[in-house]
Design a protein around this ligand. Structure first.
Ligand code: TRP
Length: 386
């Protein structure tokens, strides 16, 4: 299926620099300033950070350090919260492969929100999405569904406040609501939102209606309007732009969102970590695999020789190992600053910086894998009873 370029940027020097973002493909170096304008999202400013901090007591590193950078209607959501109208969280995962560390950033942040605001989380597993959009069998997707649920559970969500929605399993609840959404969406609307052409299969064309449903299903089930906050990576915004247009027409609130930029692949700071690319770190990787991948693939902002590095220093802004520490793996601001300064001055070598990251990721994965090993018997408690 051919999809049109959703973003094209002409540089001043005449060189055409393209980046492309759809929920199914991210290509090129993303200009987030332009993206904010074109998507029409709002940037998270200091005033909003202070407002969040009033409720959470502290700010998650992903907020403090700007990984979550944009939102829709977060002030409205907090107005409602302050009036005693609690929201629920909604996020999701379309199974199509193993979970890697790029996936878990949003979910770690979602867990933090769940803990701080003491709210329910509805976690959608659209177990048809990737079958419809990618070259993968329906059966294979169902294997990944089970596997992926283990990783989500292992992140430690509160089982009493977390509900897994699986599109085909919960079709009895979801499909009637999806039809109500679908009736308000025309083919030309999905064409312009997602760049579909006439070769798109009709499952693809319908799919966004299914992804809209969890944003209001809890309201339907509980018989009252409940605000919804969706943490997601910015590439999912086209779905929720449509959702926000439609839901008021069905008598529901527009969902609010909080959006993060992409987690870069090991191989370079542009683009998005992706299982098909070299060197994604999977949740089930052994310590040796992590070490090999980071040593071999992690793009370095260091100099070609040690002598040169000592003299000129490294560039933490383009160094993937430093960026992973900044985004998640080193939450301590003072320690991070020291690593930054030492790397920039040349005191810290690339190999030493990589060692720091390897140790952090392996410590994290050790705990994760322990919990993952026990997650299977918990699946039933998380999957919504219908
Ligand atoms: N489409 C998402 C994916 O490809 C899955 C998803 C469903 C999702 N609902 C969501 C992601 C809500 C973020 C928020 O994995």
């Amino acid at each position: 299926m051919v999809k049109k370029e959703s973003k094209e940027v002409k540089e001043k020097d005449g060189k055409s620099q393209e980046f492309k973002i759809t929920p199914w493909e991210v290509k090129g170096e993303i200009d987030y300033e332009k993206l904010v304008k074109e998507f029409g999202v709002s940037k998270i400013d200091n005033k909003l950070l202070e407002r969040i901090k009033k409720h959470t007591g502290e700010l998650h590193p992903m907020l403090r350090r700007g990984l979550f950078f944009a939102h829709r209607d977060l002030n409205w959501l907090l107005d409602e919260y302050e009036k005693g109208n609690k929201f629920f969280l909604y996020t999701g995962r379309a199974p199509s492969g193993l979970i890697h560390i790029g996936h878990i950033f949003v979910w770690e942040f979602t867990k933090w929100l769940q803990d701080k605001f003491d709210v329910e989380l509805w976690f959608q597993f659209p177990n048809e999405e990737k079958f419809l959009f990618k070259d993968i069998s329906y059966e294979k997707v169902q294997e990944y569904l089970k596997d992926n649920m283990l990783d989500v559970i292992a992140l430690g969500f509160d089982e009493k406040k977390t509900h897994f929605l699986i599109d085909t399993k919960h079709a009895n609840l979801m499909y009637p609501e999806a039809c109500k959404v679908a009736k308000k969406i025309t083919f030309s609307m999905v064409k312009s939102s997602f760049g579909f052409d006439n070769e798109a299969n009709i499952g693809e064309i319908f799919y966004t209606a299914m992804q809209a449903v969890p944003a209001f299903l809890p309201s339907v089930l509980k018989g009252k309007k409940i605000p919804c906050l969706i943490p997601h990576a910015v590439d999912q915004d086209p779905h929720f732009r449509l959702t926000r247009d439609i839901l008021p027409k069905l008598g529901h609130y527009k969902p609010a969102s909080i959006q993060c930029s992409f987690i870069p692949p090991l191989t370079g700071i542009a683009g998005k970590m992706d299982s098909s690319k070299e060197g994604a770190i999977f949740m089930t990787d052994s310590p040796e695999e992590v070490e090999t991948k980071i040593k071999k693939y992690a793009f370095s902002g260091g100099q070609p020789t040690i002598a040169e590095h000592r003299q000129k220093g490294g560039n933490p802004d383009i160094d993937v190992s430093f960026q992973y520490l900044k985004m998640f793996f080193e939450p301590d601001d003072k320690k991070l600053q020291k690593i930054h300064d030492d790397y920039k001055s040349g005191k810290l070598l690339t190999s030493e910086l990589k060692e720091i990251l390897i140790e952090k990721i392996n410590a994290f994965l050790k705990e994760h894998q322990k919990r993952r090993g026990q997650a299977e018997k918990q699946i039933e408690k998380f999957v919504l009873k219908d």
